[in-house]
Design a protein around this ligand. Structure first.
Ligand SMILES: [Zn+2]
Ligand SMILES: [Zn+2]
Length: 132
């Protein structure tokens, strides 16, 4: 299920709010086009995907809506966090280090506390990328 696209200019991603256990298979097969994490403006209701949030590289809680300046909130998304963690695991298994960093950093931005195994992976991948 989609709640619509990301509202940031130039972003074509759809936002997936899955009601299916295990996630929306269409979204899961194309995680670049679908966002599992998003923030919503409390004032005007715009939705902003996790990639656009990451581009601003700060905590969601201190970001403001670029249209109206309203505060952003992160909707209840425990299941989508689980899916995002799963995507990071997959990237890790496939040795896609850049992707692991990308996904785990997005989780951190959304206020998710990483498990120690995830923090280690993030550390490892960052170092790996620096040395390349
Ligand atoms: Zn707004
Ligand atoms: Zn976006």
């Amino acid at each position: 299920m989609s709640v619509g696209g990301c509202s940031e200019e130039g972003c074509q991603r759809d936002i997936s709010v899955s009601i299916m256990p295990g996630g929306n298979p269409v979204a899961l097969s194309d995680p670049e086009s679908w966002a599992f994490l998003h923030a919503r403006c409390l004032k005007c209701g715009r939705c902003i995907c996790d990639k656009c949030v990451r581009q601003k590289m700060t905590q969601v809680s201190v970001l403001r809506c670029s249209k109206c300046g309203g505060a952003l909130e992160v909707p209840e998304c425990e299941k989508n966090i689980r899916i995002t963690r799963y995507l990071a695991d997959q990237a890790w298994a496939g040795k896609q280090y850049e992707r692991v960093v990308d996904i785990l950093e997005r989780l951190v931005l959304f206020g998710v506390e990483l498990a120690s195994s995830e923090a280690k992976k993030l550390e490892y991948c960052r170092r790996k990328l620096e040395n390349d």
